[in-house]
Design a protein. Sequence first.
Length: 395
Amino acid sequence: MTDATAYQPPADVRPRHLRTVCAGFGLCVAVLLSGCASGSGLSSGVGYYWQSVSGHLSLMAAARPVDDWLQDPATSQLLKDRLALTQRMRRFAVTELALPDNASYTRYADLGRRAAVWNVVAAPAFSLTLQTWCFPVAGCVGYRGYFNEAEAEAYAAELRTQGLEAAAYPVPAYSTLGWTNWLGGDPLLNTFVGHTEGELARLLFHELAHQVLYVADDTVFNESFATAVERLGGQRWLSAHASPAARQAYAEFDGRRQQFRALARDTREKLMQIYTLTFDGIDASATEKEQQLVPLKRAAMADFHRRYADLKAQWGGYSGYDAWVARSNNATFGVQAAYDDLVPAFEALFAQQGHSFPRFYDAVRELAALPKDQRHHRLRATLPMQANPVLPPTQ
């Protein structure tokens, strides 16, 4: 049995990404609720759906009730302590954050691997707009999930042959949106129970928030909402229940995260500006105009790597973001936006609702009923004008 507390995950880059992520509901639940598409192989059709179903069912079968683990003499005390902590967080989520009270996160599984799934993302060479994949029930999402790392990397390589920038990254948890509570719900996993206390609380609150609301075909809205809930709920948990040591550990973790997010956000904005250049007055083909963008893009990425090296030195050599930086490209910067862009607006909406989670959820449900463009416009209108920047196209 793996000692889950011995595994310390890489830094949260998902912005929280990538913690990530919420690896696609589309890869499991949609498959369980629908038939198989035509085609074969692991990149499409039956092969992809089969790995989705079998991977998820294997994960569910490995889970046992938390009480069983707590009573098992073979369970290490460290793991018992972490599992007991998750159950306190689970109760807090219901009583203080008005999150669903159901079977999710009352069981635990040790998968014997470092991630629950691996997400694949892709974007064009001169755009941050993510490639999307569409599934029954879930709608269209900007990622595709695999339970096997090698299969995810192989699909990312296949996308690169199509001229796309692609990446595969590990995701410690994903949500089935409550659709599998009748099977025992989403389980706790060894891939994340070793997180720092503050980050563990945020992850649980994020995934449970997806059970409150999910809008098909609107990744940015869904992920920004869940990220806002995790941030607001995480702050409440740390203030009310965490020890001074836990708060300090989280403050150091989050301080690095905020600095990295600021760097990544600045780089993303620079890339967006480059890709939207029109070259007015230049009579050239699309290919020639793209050639004009290449040196500008290279300079922006070189600046990103240089500034990251400076941050890393400032952190005393902390390397938790190295993997993200190594695979950084249009796709990774694009997926980061899904977790960031609407979060300030959701937090402003929460304040408008008197810091009441039930009222906040009702207000979000009203927004969710609107057409996508109107939904985003109405939400952004909650921000003061100076805090309402021009944002990239939604995914």
